[in-house]
Design a protein around this ligand. Structure first.
Ligand code: ZN
Length: 277
């Protein structure tokens, strides 16, 4: 049995969880509540301004567990694929400026009206290969996030830890995995594929819960403890690899948590982190 966590040293909040705060409000508000790590979405980063964000994070003694997101490599035309690669190169530069632990990649689904999922997966491989050299030089780790298969068409055609591990094998150093319990909890190979990834490849660990029933494919994630995921068991598997990174709460919840005051949401995250995670 994995021991309960006793402090917030490794707790990160993904800033999608506090949808109604600006990045500046998040940095101040998280720090004031004893949170030392944040994962940042690029739209909020752009609204804040990168230099201001970097300075504020330093001033508040915080670190960045991830920048969300790069990826979305499969596109219909060569010009569009090139544009996606250029966008990923900019994201890598942002992640480097933030000293982010990784750039999280939602790799993309089927382009346009395509039915060729194998082709889309090949485009993901090729897109990653095209940006990897830049990422290595910038010292930015690329974290492939396998998404639940319900997103295979429109968001990510990499849907299991096994697929992500296979991509890592093919691409080599600098490419790893963001393991999100929401997406992979159901996978009968989860324990063995976490073990296979190991600490060198596990760049991020995201937590929330799977609600039954789920009301919306994207925006109805649960708070830890409100759903069916045995988060502590999975954390135990992750810790057994020697993983020393953060535990990042990431909750998209249009009808529940996004309607509450962000400060209250953080307090619930902290409470559940100790009691559930
Ligand atoms: Zn995630």
């Amino acid at each position: 049995m994995t021991a309960a966590l006793t402090d917030f040293a490794r707790l990160s909040i993904n800033d999608a969880t506090t949808q109604n705060w600006t990045l500046a409000e998040e940095i101040v508000g998280y720090a004031a509540r004893g949170i030392r790590s944040i994962s940042i979405w690029r739209d909020k980063l752009a609204a804040c301004g990168r230099d201001r964000a970097v300075a504020m994070i330093a001033d508040h003694g915080m670190r960045v567990s991830g920048l969300c997101r790069g990826g979305m490599f499969p596109r219909e035309t060569a010009a569009e694929r090139r544009a996606a690669i250029d966008d990923n190169l900019r994201a890598i530069d942002d992640a480097a400026a933030l000293k982010a632990a990784c750039l999280v990649l939602v790799v993309g689904g089927l382009p346009g009206s395509s039915k060729d999922i194998a082709g889309a997966r090949a485009m993901v491989h090729d897109g990653l290969a095209a940006v990897l050299d830049h990422a290595r030089k910038a010292n930015v780790k690329l974290a492939i996030e396998p998404l639940h298969p319900m997103y295979a068409a429109d968001r990510a055609c990499v849907n299991t830890m096994r697929q992500a591990n296979d991509l890592c094998d093919a691409l080599g150093a600098g490419v790893g995995i963001a393991c999100d319990v929401y997406h992979v909890w159901w996978d009968p190979e989860l324990e063995s594929e976490i073990h296979r990834a190991g600490r060198d490849r596990l760049f991020a660990f995201h937590i929330c819960d799977w609600l039954v029933p789920t009301q919306h494919l994207l925006l109805d994630r649960g708070m830890m403890g409100d759903g069916v995921v045995d988060i502590r068991k999975i954390r135990g598997w992750v810790e057994a690899t020697g993983y020393a990174g953060d535990y990042e709460v990431e909750i998209f919840s249009a009808e529940n948590w996004w309607r509450r005051l962000p400060g209250e949401v953080i307090e619930v995250c902290k409470e559940r982190y100790l009691s559930i995670v």
